[in-house]
Design a protein around this ligand. Sequence first.
Ligand SMILES: C[S@@+](CC[C@H](N)C(=O)[O-])C[C@H]1O[C@@H](n2cnc3c(N)ncnc32)[C@H](O)[C@@H]1O
Length: 315
Amino acid sequence: MGEREETSGHLPVLLAEVLAAAQVKPGDRWIDGTFGRGGHTQALLERGANVLGLDQDDEAAEAARALEARWPERFKWKQRNFKDLKICSAEHGWAKVDGVLLDLGVSSPQLERAERGFSFRAEGPLDMRMDRRGGPTAADLVNGLSEGELSKLFYEHGGEREARRVARALVARRRVAPFRTTTDLATVVAETLPHRRAGGLHPATKVFQALRIAVNREEEALLAALPQAVEIMKPGGVLAVISFHSGEDRVVKQFMRELSAEWIDTPGRPNTLPNPQRHLRDVKRFLPSEEEIAKNPRARSARLRTSIRREEVCA
Ligand SMILES: C[S@@+](CC[C@H](N)C(=O)[O-])C[C@H]1O[C@@H](n2cnc3c(N)ncnc32)[C@H](O)[C@@H]1O
């Protein structure tokens, strides 16, 4: 782990659990849809896998080049969004793969670099785009959405219970001057929710999470990628997804549940029917150990869900 920390710049979360689920054999084909700094990919390569690494952030390129130099035959990286998983796999010449890994959300380096605008702790532009080639920034959303849209966004993606109050305050403030920096937004949210200050979380935590999810259309990408992952997996292939907040974990849980259920309830019919979409088996959930959390506090909220592609399409 120490060595990996040096090479990748951060600790890959739930790595032992991912590897135990992956059961990598030399020559296996894996897609790491969230390459980041390559912590998980490196471990897969060390076990003999071929890996296609994807990340929509151009800043992942540097770590990717290092791994491409070390494993030129077995590793390739592309700056792509994992919502195009199937196309990326086909372009790489892989019709089927042995495993797909998604380690969702932002990486520690993204959070730590103030100029990326993900953190309310350091002053930076209100950006939050993982893919800086286009798309609206967080500033575009905060300054451009209606009060109702902002309120909905903070509630749905951040679970912010005082979403309306925050949205009202932001709209009032931006009439005077638009928001440009992370700390400016964080300060106004904190001033709007003064009663929150005593608690553990910074008052702007949920607002920042919601904006990041919206800017990067994270739920949309996840919903698009999961069925594609199942489609390109060989029988016995492994799907492993690590999530960091309840919204995305719910999407993964529901997806794996629906695709592993033996029967489906059909409203209006007296009996349940065999599930024609039963493509997954052995659905499991893993949480980080206390030991991992002590070493890497970022792991605290992580949830890993794994499942295996079934042989049979129908029950
Ligand atoms: C938690 S980090 C992954 C860390 C990585 N497993 C490691 O060990 O270094 C998540 C990464 O996924 C990328 N990412 C998030 N959503 C993505 C998407 N839809 N398509 C491609 N990359 C994405 C982010 O840019 C970030 O680099």
